[in-house]
Design a protein. Structure first.
Length: 335
């Protein structure tokens, strides 16, 4: 197990570097110019100095190496400065947004709490509901619970999240006037009343995301449970006199979680990526909206950094999923 984990970690390094090169070059070749929105009255020499200040006068390979250095060295030191009050990263050039002229990591740090609260809570609730629903649906196949769970899952997975979000706004905001339709990101929770407002404005976006995630994962869980319930080891365990609870929850559930772990682990990076559509519907000022605004304004440093962070998270959680295989199934031996 240790040898496999070490080998995967060593393989992840060139994988991340190749991904960074692909992301950087694709966005470099994309049409657009950060100077396009500048007034035409700006003299050419001033425009040239502005391009030089943004580093656009340097070759692509130089900008790529500087971008990697800033991403892996300068910005981590800056985060250490924030957390521990040190001065390791002071005076170092940092990745700056072309749109706001502010450091990219500072902008991401401002938006990340909103995304983690809304998208993270929606994913956690969705996974917490999906696993028991999938287990019960498989164990009680073709029962009324299975039929109802299948119906709700098909709706949650088939209906787009923007339609579900608009429908909830029409019902709970416009018709019943129970919940706010727009997420107030400036709200500061410092009393019971503000806490209630925070919970109320989180309900609808969390409902949309939880329904979508639960619908997807519960179908994987049900299919995996049905496959394992027909295996010989289940009949052997029952023949030995084990209780049905032990057979289902200890043996069948553990083996059934192996393929589901991949779905859950690879879905975790989407929490940090933000639910782009849902954040647009409810006006959540998170990372998804930040990425959309950066694309629309041709802010390449912001798009490159966010995309690369998502790619690193996918590689990381893919590795975590592979390691969890050996924990869930002792038959798997990577060494």
């Amino acid at each position: 197990m240790f040898t496999y984990t070490l080998r995967r970690l060593l393989l992840a390094v060139p994988t991340v570097l190749v991904i960074s090169l692909v992301i950087f070059m694709l966005l470099e070749l994309a049409p657009g110019d950060p100077m396009a929105d500048m007034p035409l009255t700006i003299p050419p020499e001033v425009r040239a100095k502005m391009r030089e200040a943004l580093g656009l006068d340097q070759p692509s390979y130089v900008r790529y190496l500087l971008w990697l250095k800033q991403f892996f060295w300068v910005e981590p030191l800056h985060l250490i400065d924030i957390w521990f009050g040190t001065s390791y990263g002071e005076g170092m050039q940092r990745v700056v947004s072309w749109q706001t002229r502010s450091p990219v990591v500072d902008l991401i740090a401002q938006r990340l709490p909103q995304t983690l609260w809304v998208v993270g809570m929606g994913y956690f609730i969705g996974v917490s509901l999906a696993i028991p629903i999938g287990v019960l649906s498989a164990y009680k196949q073709y029962s009324w619970f299975d039929q109802l769970g299948t119906f709700v899952s098909m709706i949650g997975f088939s209906v787009p999240t923007f339609f579900t979000g608009v429908l909830l706004i029409v019902v709970f905001s416009v018709t019943l006037n129970w919940l706010p339709s727009i997420y107030d990101t400036t709200l500061v929770v410092n009393s019971w009343s503000t806490f209630v407002l925070q919970v109320k404005q989180m309900i609808m976006p969390i409902m949309v995301l939880a329904l979508f995630n639960a619908a997807q994962i519960s179908r994987f869980m049900r299919a995996s449970m049905l496959d394992n319930l027909q295996q010989d080891y289940v009949r052997t365990a029952r023949a030995k006199g084990m209780t049905e609870k032990v057979v289902v929850l200890l043996h069948v559930l553990r083996n059934s979680l192996i393929p589901v772990v991949t779905v859950i682990a690879l879905g975790v990076p989407s929490i940090f990526a933000g639910a782009i559509i849902t954040e647009q519907v409810f006006k959540v000022n998170g990372l998804g909206q930040l990425l959309i605004n950066a694309i629309q304004s041709n802010d390449l440093p912001m798009v490159q950094t966010l995309t690369f962070i998502f790619a690193v998270l996918i590689v990381t959680f893919n590795l975590i999923a592979d390691v969890l295989y050996g924990i869930l199934d002792p038959r798997i031996r990577y060494d």
